[in-house]
Design a protein around this ligand. Structure first.
Ligand SMILES: Nc1ncnc2c1ncn2[C@@H]1O[C@H](COP(=O)(O)OP(=O)(O)OP(=O)(O)O)[C@@H](O)[C@H]1O
Ligand SMILES: [Mg+2]
Length: 260
């Protein structure tokens, strides 16, 4: 189980303070897939980066399996896998070399790493290009390798930041089938995505983030009752349209963070 408690992060963009994440709290249980949804700039990636320990919250904290995480705490890092399109692959290594390298970074025993590599190659269909240099892969192939990379140490918590970005329907289906499997294995899965139709199929619960704040949260059934809409996409559009006239949160200038 992971919990985010009152996470807040502010950036200073060309002298203008911007609250990227505002007092955000949510929990995800083992075997649960939580969809963190929101428009561009809502604060999804910033939230995942704080959970991963890549970015220090201004306030609030993250607990993983009951242990409070602190910025750059390596003990917690081993519990987490982050899949983000920005992570990329190492162009000069083959897929096999890169995955074995990452297993080694996380101190996974060599023979166990070889087993995991084989399992992931089957699940994610990497076989056709596993000995190819990463620089020669297509976008969809790279994305599957990035997913495998985040899983080589078999972390109990998976953070997936738009894992289907740039993938075709078949590639996306493979990723979502894989998320189903992670869920069956009791992993905590936190998924940020724009693909609301896919999210609807794969997530157990959803949180809608807008301008850094959680606007509503619940199962599809709860959200349908609360909004009177059947599909997430309609809820999402109705919500964004309704909030068009509201304004971003203003922060007094003496509280500015300078991180950028
Ligand atoms: N390092 C940074 N420095 C300054 N501003 C930042 C930084 N990282 C993010 N931001 C700003 O914080 C806000 C939230 O960004 P974030 O990347 O978390 O959004 P997102 O929900 O992931 O959006 P998208 O759907 O486009 O990926 C945006 O306004 C963004 O410009
Ligand atoms: Mg993002």
């Amino acid at each position: 189980m992971i919990s985010a408690e009152n996470l807040t992060k502010q950036f200073n963009v060309r002298g203008v303070p911007l609250v990227a994440v505002n007092n955000l709290s949510f929990r995800v249980s083992n075997g649960e897939v939580y969809g963190l949804l929101g428009p561009n700039g809502a604060g999804k990636t910033t939230t995942l980066r704080m959970i991963m320990g890549l970015l220090e919250p201004d306030s609030g904290y993250v607990e993983i399996g009951g242990v409070r995480s602190t910025h750059k705490s390596t003990d917690i890092r081993g519990q987490l896998g982050l899949i983000s399109t920005n992570d990329g692959v190492y162009p000069w290594l083959s897929v096999r070399e890169m995955l074995m390298y990452f297993a080694d970074l996380y101190a996974v025993d060599q023979s166990l790493a070889r087993e995991r590599l084989e399992e992931l190659a089957n699940l994610l269909d990497l076989g056709g290009f596993i000995d190819q240099r990463c620089s020669t892969l297509s976008t969809g192939q790279k994305q599957r390798v990035t997913l495998a990379r985040g899983l080589m140490h078999d972390p109990p918590v998976m953070l997936l930041d738009e894992p289907t970005r740039g993938l075709d329907v078949v590639g996306s289906q493979a990723i979502f089938r894989f998320i189903d499997l992670l869920k069956l294995r009791g992993k905590v899965v936190l998924l940020s995505t724009h693909r609301l139709d896919e999210a609807e199929r794969v997530c157990d619960r959803f949180g809608l983030l807008h301008r850094g704040s959680l606007q509503f949260e619940g199962t599809l059934c709860e959200l349908q009752q609360a909004t009177g809409k059947k599909h997430l996409v309609d809820m999402f559009i109705a919500f964004i349209n309704a909030s068009e006239n509201s304004h971003p949160v203003a922060i007094p200038s003496n509280e500015q963070s300078t991180e950028a």
